[in-house]
Design a protein around this ligand. Structure first.
Ligand code: FEO
Length: 395
């Protein structure tokens, strides 16, 4: 995408990556992504806020050229991960006068990862300002959303806050402004689940800080820009709260149909009890959708066939991810089937120390589920309903 004017002397100069389908060799990107860099032109100095993924460097340079910038005084590094900082050293090296402006922790990372020399840096403190002439940058430290060195940059005169990954979305936007960009809410929720959910305490803290500022433009480093910041900060407040919904997320894997039969039976019994159920067959599941479903659910049930003496590796993988993402679920259970023996429940239970959940009695059966096994699943549905009632989310 070409450079895009946001306000007078404030531009988007980043790049849209329509075709990227995987991030960090882990996260599916069904809708591509963008690497948002912003240019602030003062009367005296010019600053670039973040760069782009190195694969898109030519687009960043073309955009700087388009807005008539041949010399940068400052490159602001809000975050050291290389989809934003991968070109910081290269851009700063184009002119010996260009300085990299960041905090001490980010400087340490940039030196380690990108071998940027010490004399290129200006190190700033939380709240410090940097005048550009008619535009003033203010730096707001925001550690742990999602790295320890993350900070935001506020353009004081424009009430514009640039939050790097925080409040972003992996979405190649057809319109740079969220209000005109279909699908931004779902993309932002998915991004929150994949990247920010493990840091809910920090998320809430930084949301409060933003709410105390007069922010009228909010520019993350992925996805569209917000001209109504409350549309995303309000959604984040909801997602990051402790409130859960009357929902069960049920990631599962079935080898010969026995676990599938159990999943179907439990799903139907839960639905009959007014509970929203989101089953995910792990063989075909988009992990981003599973992560997004974990944001609100009160209960997680893992469904697993047995392989050798433990849960199927697909169930192990999903359990590992759920534990790492630290969703706010309050209850958990396990269902599954084995051929000749397996420690399915013990293995899964030992893998979820980060989940502050109460275990609802699991149902694990030998072979195909029989009448008494289906009755046990009915009892599990009753148990989950009772737990949801106990926290006031089911009638
Ligand atoms: Fe978009 Fe943490 O990098």
């Amino acid at each position: 995408m070409a450079a895009h004017k946001i306000k007078e002397n404030l531009y988007f100069v980043g790049a849209i990556d329509w075709n990227r389908r995987l991030f960090d060799s882990l996260i599916p990107l069904p809708d591509g992504t963008s690497y948002n860099a912003y240019l602030v032109k003062g009367n005296d100095k010019t600053a670039l806020i973040d760069t782009v993924d190195p694969s898109k460097g030519h687009e960043l340079l073309a955009n700087l050229n388009q807005v008539g910038v041949s010399k940068l005084d400052y490159v602001i590094a809000n975050h050291a991960e290389q989809d934003h900082s991968g070109l910081v050293g290269k851009i700063a090296s184009l002119d010996p006068r260009t300085k990299v402006v960041t905090n001490a922790k980010c400087k340490e990372f940039l030196r380690e990862h990108l071998l940027i020399p010490d004399d290129k840096f200006i190190t700033i403190a939380d709240g410090e300002t940097l005048p550009l002439g008619g535009k003033t940058l203010q730096f707001v430290f925001a550690p742990w959303v999602h790295w320890p060195e993350t900070m935001f940059t506020y353009v004081v005169e424009d009430n514009a806050l640039f939050t790097c990954d925080f409040l972003g979305s992996h979405l190649a936007p057809h319109n740079m402004f969220a209000e005109n960009c279909e699908g931004f809410h779902d993309a932002a929720k998915r991004y929150y689940a994949e990247i920010m959910m493990p840091f809910r305490t920090s998320v809430r803290k930084h949301l409060e800080r933003i709410k105390g500022m007069d922010v009228r433009i909010l520019g993350p480093s992925h996805g569209p820009i917000y001209t109504n910041p409350a549309s995303i900060t309000g959604a984040y407040s909801d997602w990051a709260s402790d409130a859960v919904k009357n929902e069960v997320v049920l990631p599962y894997v079935s080898m010969h149909g026995s676990t599938q039969k159990m999943v179907d039976h439990l799903t139907n019994r839960l639905v009959e009890r007014g509970i929203v159920v989101k089953p995910f067959d792990l063989v075909v599941t988009d992990l981003g959708k599973l992560a997004a479903a974990l944001v609100d659910a009160a209960t997680i049930v893992i469904g697993a066939s047995a392989v050798l003496v433990g849960p199927h590796p697909q169930a192990i993988y999903a359990t590992y991810l759920a534990n790492a993402l630290r969703p706010k679920a309050r209850f958990a259970s396990v269902i599954g089937s084995y051929g000749w023996g397996a420690k399915i429940v013990e293995t899964i239970q030992a893998m979820i120390p980060n989940l502050k959940v109460e275990l609802v009695p699991p149902v694990v059966v030998k072979g195909y589920p029989k009448e008494q096994d289906l009755e046990a699943l009915e009892k599990l549905a009753d148990g989950i309903l009772e737990k949801h009632k106990s926290i006031g989310i089911a009638g």
